[in-house]
Design a protein around this ligand. Structure first.
Ligand SMILES: [Zn+2]
Length: 79
């Protein structure tokens, strides 16, 4: 499962896209191959999570490279 969201940078006020690949359970049977999106910033650090879905992350802005820390609005908690 992959999260793809947008975030308004707190430094340059531009919206950028970020993504995060949620680690899968080894027992899930099969592995899905994810296509890594271009022009998107990968989440580098997850501060908190629920069932491996991040709820608070840090990610660099793709415009100004500012490190943003923010809460993720998890709408779908199933992995
Ligand atoms: Zn920025």
């Amino acid at each position: 499962m992959m999260l793809e969201e947008k975030h308004l940078c707190e430094n340059c006020n531009k919206e950028f896209e970020w993504y995060y690949i949620v680690p899968q359970h080894m027992s899930s049977g099969h592995f899905k191959t994810h296509v890594i999106p271009r022009n998107k910033s990968e989440v580098k650090h997850v501060n908190a999570h629920i069932n491996k879905v991040p709820t608070n992350v840090t990610v660099h802005c793709s415009n100004c490279d500012h490190l943003n820390t923010f809460d993720v609005d998890v709408k779908n908690g199933t992995v």
